[in-house]
Design a protein around this ligand. Sequence first.
Ligand code: NDP
Length: 434
Amino acid sequence: KRRNPGQKEFHQAVQEFAESVMPVVVANPDYQHAQILERLTEPDRIITFRVTWQDDEGNVRVNRAWRVQFSNAIGPYKGGLRFHSDVTLSVLKFLGFEQIFKNSLTGLPMGGAKGGANFNPKGKSADEVMRFCQAMMCELHRHIGEDVDVPAGDIGVGAREISYLFGQYKRVANRYAGVLTGKGLAYGGSPVRTEATGYGCVYFCQNMLQHVDDSVEGKTTVVSGAGNVALYAIEKLVAMGANVVTASDSSGFVYDAEGMDEDKLAYLKDLKEVRRGRMSEYAERYKHAKYYEGKRPWGVECDIAMPCATQNEIGRDDAKALIDNGVRVVCEGANMPSELAAAHAFVKAKVLFGPAKAANAGGVAVSGLEQAQNAQRVTWSVEEVDHRLHGIMKDIHRRCVEEGGNHEYVNYALGANIAGFRKVAEALLAYGAI
Ligand code: NDP
């Protein structure tokens, strides 16, 4: 904390991780001698830069952007870019730190990184977003490369933004290479990448339930968010027979007691992905649904809670409300959506708790598969990629159980942290003191 004053999200992520892996470090004198934990909590480098662009009125605007290249111990740096007014270095450091172990869990050769800018895409025209992306890539292109660092999307950065960024990379670097993932299918994207985080999260949830001889079918499920992760989590939940009763955005949530179906999901996708509208419109379209302004959905009774919006969206009181209402599974689609006290409460109450590192690793896993396809200059089928995604999520689940299991309850958070850590620690040890 003395070295990184005020970086509360980063402290939180490191504390949660260190609580799990400390016994492994204590039991291994080589890790202590090699200062593995100290090395892993200091990013390899942080690039900070100014982005200057012009809005539609001709005003010159200035934002700050970062790329945190945290660790390339087991592969080129890999992690998303976030555009949001609340982006700070602390947020990007927490995300980059988590990414190291998530990427390790996928079994693919990817290091950990994160980046983004304090640019607020809300209310900006498509032209303004394009100019911002182009201006950002003017600097970022120097620091990325298919064997160096491969950014992807995150909050505020979807297919549209990746396309603008990739187009500008091609122009300034005069190279056509897989330097970004989440690209469109026409120019090197992978099938299922758009759906991968949401789908993968539901596969992980299903794996947790199957481990206790149950399934998601028929389960009342509360989802937060209505972005890339949430929409495809809802899609897969509906397809698997779950009863999804909520979705949200930063203004509020809708409660649809009848549950969502394919038609309602199609409406929601058009509302959020195409029209970029507000969640309140759902309740105007479906009169039986209720909209709660400024509220989160954690007071709604459910079997499964799937937070898919943002960090720290489940506080201690929210966790208590969920537990009191009988929640059985909490599966994290977003990164660090549960505050530390909430995560502890779920484990204490023996709720099946799928931590982000494991549960939302499907997105970066398919990004890794996109890199593999780009390197071979091939495109696999939807079935091939979805099959691999299934396999990867199953394997992550198995390793969490191995490291975090006992006879009556699997502590997935413990298992994910230790399983993700081991591979990176072994690599660092092998490299000597660098
Ligand atoms: P999107 O930008 O597509 O969607 C984010 C959603 O969350 C929107 O509905 C947004 O509402 C809401 N939201 C954002 N900030 C807040 C906030 N401060 N309070 C309440 N609601 C908020 O992002 P993604 O779906 O891509 O990402 C969601 C989460 O999943 C993030 O934690 C991200 O790091 C994580 N993640 C994403 C991956 C991916 O592949 N995209 C991979 C792994 C993790 P509004 O529209 O009002 O802004």
